[in-house]
Design a protein around this ligand. Sequence first.
Ligand code: NAD
Length: 377
Amino acid sequence: MAVSIAVTRERREGETRCAVTPDTVKALIRKGAMVTVEAGTGAGSSIPDTDYAEAGATVAADTRATLENADIVLKVRGPTAQEISALKPGAIVVALLDAYRETNTVQALAQAGVTAFAMEFVPRITRAQVMDALSSQANLAGYRAVIEAAAAYGKGFPMMMTAAGTVAPAKVFVMGVGVAGLQAIATARRMGAVVTATDVRPATKEQVESLGAKFLAVEDEEFKNAQTAGGYAKEMSAEYRAKQAALTGEHLKKQDIVITTALIPGRAAPVLVTADQVATMKPGSVIVDLAVDNGGNVEGMRAGEVTTTANGVRLVGWSNMAGRIAADASALYAKNLVAFTDLLIKDEALAPDLEDEILKAALVTQRGRVVHEGVRG
Ligand code: NAD
């Protein structure tokens, strides 16, 4: 029998993205799979049910009907308890599980005998680039952060020389130059801003400069060793962070827009801008914190809210920034999933090779147990 792939509507609050598009329905069918999509799945990404049906999917009315025979379930976020209860034992779930924090979901998946893979654990090796959902989503989030900043800012971004006078270019400071930060720099530059950026990984200096921005960081011995073998940042010492705060403190006072993106895998995001520093910034300036769902880089930032401080600084704390550009985010994520399912289906049959290093790294639950070491610990 053909492999049965199901996609349900996302039910987490504020989740606008979806795990399948008409294009990826066709790609999954080309692999020999049957695809069932729950009605309303694409609504947040402007994809009507009829487009899925035209692409060859069966559109099912509700969750139970969608999931009852599913071999593989594709999702953006982890499934709800109701969805898990509708799965057959041994079903495979692939999603951005947020497995370090969503421990209840992980436990429920294990108890239901589900084989769950977390897309956030796909290793960043060359072969896996096409399924790197952290990058596809961070890239769009970095772009959207600049758009949100521009919308919240009462002035323009580019320098404009008019008969009535000159509009000065916006000064944008990007803190954290991973995938999201690089796209934020590129976007702000395209819009005509004067951009500076900081990171603790030395490799970022050249990347920042190649995008036409200026690099600013405490470049001491600790900085020279701040990158792990996996390419991520280490947690910096209290001394380093104090030096970093002193350096960026003066700079922050002069900025119009600050975009923070700093993350340390498996830990709370580092605080890069204190409330005292926010208090020194100019009225009308804007801070967008892309790390807000991970604890936040900016003191006083509230997840899911836009607030204004007593000194008139606008704090933009939108959760799920990629979800604010949902149609593109869904399209890229759905393609990441098609590439991932290549590892699960061989010759039109379900055949996950659990010795494959990508599947091994992403596997979280199997046969009633939490098998991912980091999550279990
Ligand atoms: P991330 O989301 O984990 O973190 C964002 C940035 O915050 C990082 O650049 C990090 O160095 C920075 N940061 C952490 N603590 C900081 C602090 N105290 N001050 C300032 N900045 C701080 O990072 P990411 O976007 O996932 O990228 C991590 C690395 O992985 C990058 O080198 C990226 O180029 C690399 N990468 C490689 C591949 C691949 O080869 N397939 C794919 C994607 C990303």
